[in-house]
Design a protein. Sequence first.
Length: 203
Amino acid sequence: MTFPPTSSLPPLFIKGDWLPESLCTRLFEESLASENDYVEAKVAYNRKRGILKPSIVEPRIRQASKRKLPGEWTKIFADRVLAEKDDIAEALGFRFPAQPHFQVEAVHTGDGGRFDIHIDTLRGREKARVITGVYYYSRAPLPFTGGELNLFSLDRRSSRGVAPTRNSIVFFSSIFPHEIAPVRVPTGEFADGRFSVNIWLSV
């Protein structure tokens, strides 16, 4: 992989209608039924040095909850990614991993939730993350505001934002810094929060 100029904005692959509507709805309904399975999301890195460290809950950096998805959903997302691998690789500007390892997790971000600027590729992981994907499946129309995915150039001097549009997905290289903008949920209800699935491809 060739590193881009530090001032370059990250190339993206964005696509709507990523899953059949029936699957998108099913995932949302399963997430509502699994509300009690969500646990506070942790932070597992040194932000300045990109070094892996023991995971801790750190609300000054990240406020969200997450749950592990059943293996069926990992296969669903992996199959969809592999079906689009050539287009994803072309959009991101590098070769798709030959034998990627997939990780998926469901994330819920409620009122006031956010995730400060960070990267997904860290020293110390057994497998290095090379591609990050974020799939959105909240209610439509969105009952919250904010929650954009903001991606930064490597020097962090410029950025571009991606709205959390329902049943859409965005892929980017895991080396790029990014953040989740604060979310505002007027009702405060769990069902009205920002629902997403993080997908990581590692080698």
